[in-house]
Design a protein around this ligand. Structure first.
Ligand code: HXC
Length: 259
């Protein structure tokens, strides 16, 4: 039995962390299952969007498993941190867009999982926090890095130093989430966004994703060069030729082939 369910239908996958009795807390087994699922999704050549969510109504992911972490020595803790971070990085490197559908608690490692996705949708019940400093630790699955990059060091500092819990509407105002919806609308909204993405040219979307993340590493000159190279690459695709021809012929075009 796996702690991660994947449902793939028409180029869109929903990945669900499934350990609801522990509020989907991430232990080594859950992380291993997550890595296995992500590795399999990397092999899906025509995957166009991925939605990540948590099982049950209460929690997206309530963090790394405190029971498992409590007995770790420093070396084991470092390995655990590296392992979780590598799993989240594998998720971030999926070529297609990844949408987090945050359906409740996104605490510690759960907040970090949401941050490793490209876009976050939240239900009105979503709660975000980094409780780590109250447990005598720092975030360890990328939270200091990804929250600072997303919202700036001021927001990251306050939330990580204080552990304050942020409701969905405030998360929206802080730029942590893109949209807040009613709980029973969350998956439908995520699917609607996923379908809108899946309707676009997959090569162009994937290259745009790569360029957006590259902006975090590159100078503006380097970034513009990379963008120009990706733009040029699109002109080698059938999708570009067919979509532009359709526009000029005044035809609707939705038939992107990933070619
Ligand atoms: C282990 C957890 C857990 C966690 C919940 N559970 N969160 N087990 N690790 N992170 C378990 C509870 O022990 C309980 O199991 C069951 O899930 C239901 O939780 P309750 O506490 O009974 O529910 P409730 O009273 O509604 O409170 C919900 C909650 C609370 C506010 C989310 O569970 C909570 O504060 N959880 C811990 C959140 C946290 O601190 N997360 C950050 C961890 S540090 P039983 O068996 O009793 O029913 C982290 C570091 C990441 O994430 C980086 C690592 C390198």
């Amino acid at each position: 039995m796996s702690f991660v369910n994947v449902n793939l239908s028409e180029n869109i996958a929903i990945l669900e962390i499934n350990r609801p009795e522990g509020l989907n807390a991430l232990n080594t087994e859950v992380l291993s299952d997550l890595l296995e699922a992500i590795s399999a999704l990397h092999e899906e050549e025509d995957l166009r969007a991925l939605i990540v969510t948590g099982a049950g109504e209460k929690s997206f992911v309530a963090g790394a498993d405190i029971g498992e972490m409590s007995g770790l020595n420093s070396r084991e803790a470092e390995n655990f941190g590296h392992f979780g971070s590598s799993v989240f990085e594998a998720l971030r490197q999926i070529p297609c867009p990844v949408i987090a559908a945050v359906n409740g608690y996104a605490l510690g490692g759960g907040f970090e999982l949401a941050l490793a996705c490209d876009i976050r949708l939240a239900s009105t019940t979503a709660r975000f926090a980094f409780p780590e400093t109250g447990l005598g630790i720092t975030p360890g699955f990328g939270g200091t890095q990804r929250l600072a990059k997303l919202c700036g060091t001021g927001v990251a500092s306050e939330l990580i130093f204080t552990g304050r819990r942020v409701k969905a509407e405030e998360a929206l105002a802080l730029g942590i989430v893109n949209k807040v919806v009613e709980p029973d609308q969350l998956i439908d909204e995520a699917l609607e966004m996923a379908k809108a993405i899946a309707d676009k040219a997959p090569i162009a979307v994937a290259k745009a994703k790569q360029a957006i993340y590259a902006s975090e590493e590159l100078s503006i000159e380097q970034g513009l060069d990379l963008e120009a190279a990706f733009f040029a690459h699109c002109f080698e695709t059938q999708d570009q030729k067919r979509a532009m021809k359709a526009f000029l012929d005044k035809e609707e075009f939705h038939d992107f082939q990933n070619l």
